[in-house]
Design a protein around this ligand. Structure first.
Ligand code: SF4
Length: 709
């Protein structure tokens, strides 16, 4: 039946948190074309180049096709049947747990997983293996936003929707190069701006002049890491100019008097000293924000990847609460997630201090809910947060964590301080890597390699940045012996002796079990099912009943999920990045993404058109810094930090603030040891969110003859 072998089918983009709906052409069992789904409310038919060039990235020579195991680290891995691989893995895990306790095991997963897969891995690790050492690469991405929302508003969860872009008359983009990293969201902002250029203001705070900044009425090239000073300075102006919403502050918040004492220390002149901006531009930005009918602040890793990321989020939320810019059409704080299902991960307990449904491991009643749901004896779940991502690898390097199970992520390329991560992977007694691709920087350390299906070889649900759940159907079969991650987790759970708790007939059953656990929680989607998403389309949570139509924006009643129903102002103070420039390392390096690549290149390096557009990492340097370092445009430059070196060709341009340089992080060591920006970055982290400071480390530059010279 040719019409069945060749047709367009609806699904979701597997790349970023914008969560664009796609139409995928499947011909003779393979994806041949991808285009935007005109009916999906995240993108209305638009897509970026990464999605269009998905087909060549799926069936590639580096797909992992069969399980492989090595019984000792000095042996070669060899192909084995699934049964043997899972039995070996279960036996080794059981031995390590028996000898050293469950906390000697740690699981590190990914926002590439579906909600069902996240939920199962979290359930197995916390409820049955018996450790809270379950963390994900959301820790590198959105942990500070999650912590910031919870601290100020009482719960994680962006309160806004993409529909707010069409209503806002002031966009404040801070720490986000939206044009490159969330291109379809940016196109929507640009459309709004260009439709009413005089009525709509765009303010961009970024040390770099990017395509995002090119749209701005005001570009604020602040010093890296000085966001709190800028935000406090702006809020000082609002406060002193009578542009705060006194009624909202008194009726809906706590902590304003304490915050004003911190603001007193940060007038615009002081904010100007710290940020390197003029006081005048800070005042102008504040006035434009304060006079807006509806202001939308968007941010991403530039804010979150910081040792003060939670405070930076707190400062953004302070600004919105003080101005009453929340819970109304077009108004609100809107964090942009990185991975396609980073939000689903947070909802299912994908950070080591969380349990499913935004519950905390530290709360007895919340643990009890989950224990009941999972049929566990009361007191089974641990009350101490598990290890966060960086801690997992530090403890493994120190010998305390002995078994690492890594699912759908590549920490040997994406983490800071790669020497330490590699040491951890060499040192661990058991390294299990479950991935669709091999080799990656991480798979080469594996004792056990488990081949995983990827998009669109499995089905499940993902949540995008605006809390919208979309069902992704299975459209093609996985290659070789690859299996969906949910199947791998349930089969391993059975080998470990927990078959009774992991006996599911379908992913729909797994979803139903998790969705029921969200009932009554802020992220309640107990009214959602696979069948409903398939027939009615994507929905924004909360969706508490089967006839509820979803919730575009939160807090429309100005009630917050805190004990007193009020949002909390947090008195945050400016704090410099951990590493400051000095005579030896005179520049601050900031790292980030480019438009044509995704994370550690496992997919996009397989798409020739994307590689052709951006074949290599390029270092961006200000002309004055280049002159002082003796480098010219096009030179190969050695970049040295206190931890290591990288080499890249440089672009000398006025597009970056003097004293700052930029290097994309996508290229790991398998592309050439010195191409990796994470040779340079440091493991300093936020004390609350535990998110690493990937956006600022001190470096020096030196011209070299060629790569690796
Ligand atoms: S913007 Fe993100 S979700 Fe949308 S098509 Fe591009 S990569 Fe995919």
């Amino acid at each position: 039946m040719p019409e069945l072998r060749s047709r367009w089918q609806r699904t979701l983009c597997p790349y970023c948190g914008v969560g664009c709906g796609l139409l995928v052409r499947v011909e003779d069992g393979a994806v041949t074309r991808v285009k935007g789904d005109p009916d999906h409310p995240a993108n209305f038919g638009d897509v970026c180049a990464k999605a269009v060039h998905l087909p060549p990235a799926l069936r590639t020579p580096d797909r992992l096709l069969h399980p492989e195991v090595r019984s000792r680290c000095d042996r070669e891995r060899r192909r084995v049947p699934w049964e043997l691989a899972l039995r070996f893995t279960a036996e080794r895990l059981s031995e390590i747990i028996a000898a050293h306790g469950a906390d000697a095991v740690a699981v590190y997963a990914s926002g590439q997983l579906t909600t069902e897969e996240y939920y199962l891995a979290s359930k197995l690790t916390r409820g049955f293996i018996g450790t809270n050492n379950f963390d994900t690469n959301s820790r590198l991405c959105m942990a500070s936003a999650a912590a910031g929302y919870a601290r100020s508003l009482g719960s994680d969860g962006p309160p806004t929707a993409y529909a707010d872009i069409d209503e806002a008359d002031c966009f404040f983009l801070i720490g986000t190069n939206t044009a490159d990293c969330h291109p379809i969201t940016f196109k929507r902002i640009r459309k709004r701006k260009l439709a009413a250029p005089d009525r709509v203001t765009v303010i961009v705070a970024d040390p770099r002049w990017t395509e995002t900044a090119d749209l701005a009425d005001l570009h604020l090239p602040l010093r890296p890491g000085s966001d709190v000073a800028l935000l406090n300075g702006m809020l000082h102006v609002l406060w002193k100019s009578g542009l705060v919403d006194d009624a909202f502050i008194s009726r809906c918040t706590t902590g304003w008097p304490e915050l004003t004492r911190a603001l007193d220390r940060c007038p615009p002149e002081r904010a100007a000293e710290i940020t390197g901006l003029s006081a005048e531009i800070i005042v102008e930005a504040a006035r434009r924000f304060g006079r807006a009918r509806a202001a939308l602040t968007l941010w991403s890793m530039g804010v979150n990847q910081s040792h003060a990321g939670t405070d930076k989020n707190g400062a953004i939320l302070n600004l919105h609460l003080a101005a009453g810019q929340i819970g109304r059409p077009g108004a609100g704080p809107f964090s942009l997630t990185g991975q396609p299902n980073a939000m689903g991960g947070r909802e299912t307990g994908g950070l080591s201090h969380l349990l499913p449904g935004y519950r905390r491991v530290t709360e007895a009643a919340e643990r009890a809910d989950v224990e009941r749901h999972w049929g566990l004896t009361p007191g089974t779940l641990h009350d101490r947060p598990g290890l966060s991502a960086l801690e997992i690898f530090e403890r493994a390097a120190g010998g305390e964590v002995r078994a690492l199970w890594i699912i759908a992520t590549n920490p040997a390329a994406s983490m800071p301080e790669l020497d330490l991560v590699e040491k951890a992977l060499r040192q661990a007694e058991l390294v299990i890597v479950q991935d669709a691709y091999h080799p990656t920087e991480t798979t080469r350390f594996a004792d056990v390699l488990l081949p995983a299906a990827q998009w669109p070889e499995k089905d499940g649900v993902m949540t995008n940045s605006e809390r919208r759940l979309t069902y992704l159907p299975k459209l093609v079969d996985p290659p070789g012996e690859a299996l969906p991650d949910s199947v791998i987790v349930t089969r391993l759970a059975a080998e470990l002796g927990f078959k009774h708790a992991f006996a599911y007939g379908s992913t729909g059953e797994i979803f139903a079990e998790f969705a029921a656990l969200t009932a009554g929680r802020p992220c309640d989607y107990s009214g959602v099912s696979h069948a409903r998403l398939t027939s009615a389309g994507p929905l924004q949570w909360p969706v508490p009943t089967a006839d509820h139509g979803g919730t575009p924006r939160l807090y429309t009643d100005a009630r917050f999920p805190t004990t007193d129903g009020r949002a909390r102002f947090i008195a945050v103070e400016p704090d410099d990045p951990v590493e400051q420039p000095d005579d030896t390392f005179p520049l601050i390096l900031t790292t980030g993404r480019v438009r044509d690549h995704w994370h550690t290149l496992t997919r996009t390096a397989n798409a020739p058109a994307l590689v052709a557009r951006t074949p290599e990492p390029i270092l961006e340097v200000h002309p004055s810094d280049a002159r002082r370092a003796g480098v010219s445009d096009g030179d190969f430059v050695e970049i040295t930090s206190r931890r290591g070196k990288a080499v890249a060709q440089c672009r000398v341009a006025l597009t970056i603030r003097e004293g700052t340089c930029f290097l994309p992080f996508h290229w790991g060591r398998r592309f050439g040891f010195y191409k990796s920006a994470n040779n340079l970055t440091l493991a300093a982290r936020d004390p609350i969110s535990k998110q690493p400071e990937l956006k600022a480390c001190a470096v020096r530059l030196r011209r070299v003859a060629e790569v690796g010279a």
